[in-house]
Design a protein around this ligand. Sequence first.
Ligand SMILES: Cc1cc2nc3c(=O)[nH]c(=O)nc-3n(C[C@H](O)[C@H](O)[C@H](O)COP(=O)(O)O)c2cc1C
Length: 200
Amino acid sequence: MRLFGKNIGIAMTGSFCTLAEMICEIEILIKEEGAVITPILSEMVDETDTRFGRAVGWKDELERIGCKPPILTIPQAEPIGPRGMFDVLVIAPCSGNTLAKLANGITDGSVLMAAKSHLRNQRPVVLSVSTNDGLGFNAKNLGILLNSKNIYMVPFGQDNPKEKANSLRSDVSKIAETVVEAMFGRQIQPVLLQYPSIMI
Ligand SMILES: Cc1cc2nc3c(=O)[nH]c(=O)nc-3n(C[C@H](O)[C@H](O)[C@H](O)COP(=O)(O)O)c2cc1C
């Protein structure tokens, strides 16, 4: 119960293959760590049915495991900072799209608005990356975020270097530990994972 009573925002973006895994991790945060979880869904996750699941299905699952009602729009996310709603904001999974926009100060969606609003209070944002271009176009953005104040990384590595040389993926089972460390202002180490420990 390392996170008992802590208010945590979990922002989910369009790495659809990671969403089912995230439901399990969120359930652990609630049931084993005592966290109070408010989901924030990117517009993509809120609206898109894919081969990994239906949009309505993710929302049903979040409700079933005991999350608060989800934040889905920029106006709903805007009060996060002014009301001091979260102790920590976790973006998991963090898509390449959201990573790139966050690193470049773009705020055109619910999750990015949540991050901007939360960061104004100098509180921690934890990123769990999951993107095929982490060592490609997005490597520079990852570099910016690694060197940014109040941003912490869930340990990540190459998940399939032989077939997807630029792909990076965080180990979602390390989210709770990363959040605990981030609340003390520390980056969990090591931040780089060895293949094949995270290969899917
Ligand atoms: C089935 C499916 C799977 C996807 N998986 C990923 C992924 O693992 N990582 C990623 O960065 N983008 C992935 N994408 C692309 C993102 O969903 C897309 O870039 C989207 O604009 C992300 O928006 P968001 O960051 O606002 O959620 C996937 C798209 C689809 C349709």
